[in-house]
Design a binder for this molecule. Structure first.
Ligand code: MRU
Length: 378
């Protein structure tokens, strides 16, 4: 018997932008919606320099692959506009989290714009303006990509599962909070929800940092979706009860062979989905495809501090302490923890990868190469 109770849907749009550039009299700043405070409150985090922004990235105040690319680009623009060493800032920012390829890409994009402008004789102000233009363009393009992915993903669901009434399972957070637009996998969910075709969104809580319960449930509520939260370990029972029609997740890096790195816990879902003959669908912009990483084994997986597993602290509890030893103990003092932030799903377990340039299925190295060349031609 599956409990279909839903959380009360707040049904109101989020009021604050996820990221915005501002220019108060004291100088330019990057303002973030602080995701470590959600769902308790919508609070802004004002970053005046790159160390502050890098710290925001480290603690997951800002997170999710496409958004990391966008803030990486704005970070370079911020360093330039504030007169800091742009090259140093770029290295600092790009090294903050290793798995999402978008972060390094966003940083490089703005850095290249800055370098090009400087090489063409622009002064510091003009070069900084060039970096900002590049960041704004990436932000705009990501919103556009998100809208396309939503359409392609919804069309794929209708093709694979005619008749609507979808019960979709998702992991981590892939909505407006990770994007210039409505996100990746969650944008697809939102599309079918708006068409009246979503029966239920199953939301994995996503241990240990609870991106599912804190952020995806928050977004689902704001979109008035029928959703149910579950502990990650309960997904198996849900599949065996026949309650899942498809799994939709995002990606942090897609290797040249089609292997997908995403939030830890995605790979077990792909295994479950295969066993239960349920489609496992990855939704990601082409900026997440990394042709220079040959295969899944070559993807660097971020390992995070053990206290995120052994203690209840921020961001599990908005506003709580962040440093080791400042949270509530979940395990005996001194317990070692294994805490990879991501896992890698091999291409043969992925039914399809949905991008803004269309759907890749079956997922093979050739199909990924073809996608990359198609996207370069646009
Ligand atoms: O550690 P996070 O919260 O940054 O991880 C985010 C994810 O794993 C998302 O699923 C991924 O970035 C895809 S979202 C478009």
């Amino acid at each position: 018997m599956v409990d279909h109770d839903v959380f009360p849907a707040a049904g109101r749009p989020a009021s604050l932008p996820v990221v915005r550039w501002d220019e108060p009299p004291e100088g330019p700043v990057l303002v973030l919606l602080d995701q470590t405070r959600l769902p308790a409150e919508e609070a802004e985090l004002v970053c005046t320099d790159v160390p502050a922004l890098a710290e925001a990235v480290r603690v997951l105040a800002v997170r999710g692959a496409p958004l990391l690319g966008i803030v990486g680009a704005y970070g370079v623009a911020l360093a330039a506009a504030r007169g800091y060493d742009v090259e140093e800032a770029a290295v600092h920012l790009a090294g903050t989290r290793p798995t999402a390829v978008n972060l390094g890409r966003g940083v490089s994009l703005a850095l290249d714009a800055h370098r090009r402008a400087s090489a063409e004789g622009a002064g510091p102000r003009e070069a900084a303006a060039a970096a900002l233009r590049a960041a704004r363009e990436l932000h705009r393009q990501d919103a556009e990509a998100s809208a396309r992915m939503a359409e392609h993903g919804a069309a794929l669901l209708r093709e694979l599962l005619p008749g609507g009434g979808y019960r979709l399972l998702t992991h981590c957070n892939t909505g407006r909070l990770v994007s210039g637009g409505e996100g990746t996998a969650f944008a697809v969910v939102r599309n079918v929800h708006r068409a009246g075709e979503l029966r239920r969104l199953w939301v994995d809580e996503t241990r240990p940092l609870l991106q599912g319960s804190r952020l995806t449930a928050w977004e689902a509520a704001r979109n008035d979706m029928a959703y149910t939260l579950l502990p990650d370990a309960a997904a198996g029972s849900l599949f065996s009860a026949g309650e899942v029609d498809a799994v939709l997740v995002g990606a942090d890096r897609i290797a040249a062979d089609g292997s997908v790195a995403n939030k830890v816990g995605s790979y077990p879902l792909a295994v479950l989905a295969r066993y239960h003959h349920v489609p496992f669908i990855v939704v990601a912009p082409v900026t997440t495809v990394d042709a220079d990483t040959p295969d899944g084994g070559s993807i660097e997986v971020e390992h995070r501090p053990g206290h995120e597993v052994t203690e209840l602290s921020s961001p599990q509890v908005p506003g709580a302490g962040r440093e080791p030893g400042t949270g509530a103990a979940l395990a005996p003092l001194g317990t070692q923890a294994y805490n990879p932030a991501f896992d890698v799903t091999p291409p043969e377990l992925v039914t399809a990868i949905v991008t803004e340039h269309g759907v890749v299925s079956p997922v093979t190295g050739d199909a990924i190469r073809d996608l990359c060349s198609r996207s370069r031609q646009v």
